[in-house]
Design a binder for this molecule. Structure first.
Ligand SMILES: [Zn+2]
Ligand SMILES: [Zn+2]
Length: 164
C-alpha cells in the first residue's frame, strides 16, 4: 500500500507535543497512536473486536463508489502512518463514501487530497466536540495513504506521498 507512484513519508510538525497517559495522541517507543476517535456527532468509532498490535481499531462504514453504493465495513489502524486495515479489497482508486457506523452520516469534508482531482480528506475527531479542531483527515480514495492529524487547529502529523 506504499503507492506505486511515489514514496510515502511521515512529516512531523511539532517536536514538543506533551504525550501523556491522557493526551489525545499517545506515544510508546516509536509508535504514535490515537486512543479515541469520534464522528462529528460524537459517536465513538473505536472497536475492540478488531485490534492492531493490541490497540482498538477505527470502524468506518463505507458506501463503495458513492452514496447508495454497496455498504462495507472497514477497520483502520489507530497507529499514525500505519496503512493496515481490515475490510474488503477494492481496486486502487475506488471512491468511498466514508460514514459513521452509528449515525450513518457521511464524515465531514476537510481539505482536498492531491491524489485525485475532486478527492477530499474526511474528518474523524479526537474529541466529541468537532469545534475543538482536533481531527484526523483520511482520504476517501481507496489505497490513498495521505492522512494528517491536527489538534487545536494545528497540523501535527501528515503522511504524504512524494511524486517524482
Ligand atoms: Zn455518528
Ligand atoms: Zn488521497
Amino acid at each position: 500500500m506504499a503507492g506505486k507512484e511515489g514514496k510515502k513519508k511521515l512529516e512531523r510538525y511539532l517536536d514538543d507535543y506533551s504525550f501523556s497517559e491522557s493526551s489525545r495522541i499517545r506515544k510508546d517507543g516509536e509508535r504514535i497512536w490515537i486512543p479515541e476517535l469520534f464522528c462529528h456527532n460524537g459517536h465513538s468509532l473505536m472497536v475492540y473486536g478488531v485490534r492492531f498490535d493490541g490497540l482498538p481499531a477505527i470502524h468506518v462504514r463505507v458506501e463503495v463508489g458513492g452514496e447508495g453504493g454497496p455498504v462495507e465495513d472497514y477497520y483502520l489502524s489507530p497507529i499514525i502512518n500505519d496503512p493496515r486495515k481490515e475490510g474488503k479489497d477494492l481496486p486502487e482508486g475506488t471512491h468511498m463514501r466514508l460514514c459513521c457506523p452509528v449515525c450513518k452520516e457521511e464524515l465531514r469534508q476537510l481539505v482536498p487530497c492531491s491524489c485525485r482531482v475532486g478527492a477530499y480528506r474526511r474528518a474523524v475527531y479526537l474529541s466529541t466536540d468537532p469545534g475543538e479542531l482536533g481531527a484526523v483527515g483520511i482520504c476517501e480514495i481507496y489505497g490513498c495513504p495521505q492522512s494528517f492529524v491536527t489538534e487545536d487547529g494545528e497540523l501535527l502529523y501528515e503522511v504524504v506521498v512524494e511524486h517524482g
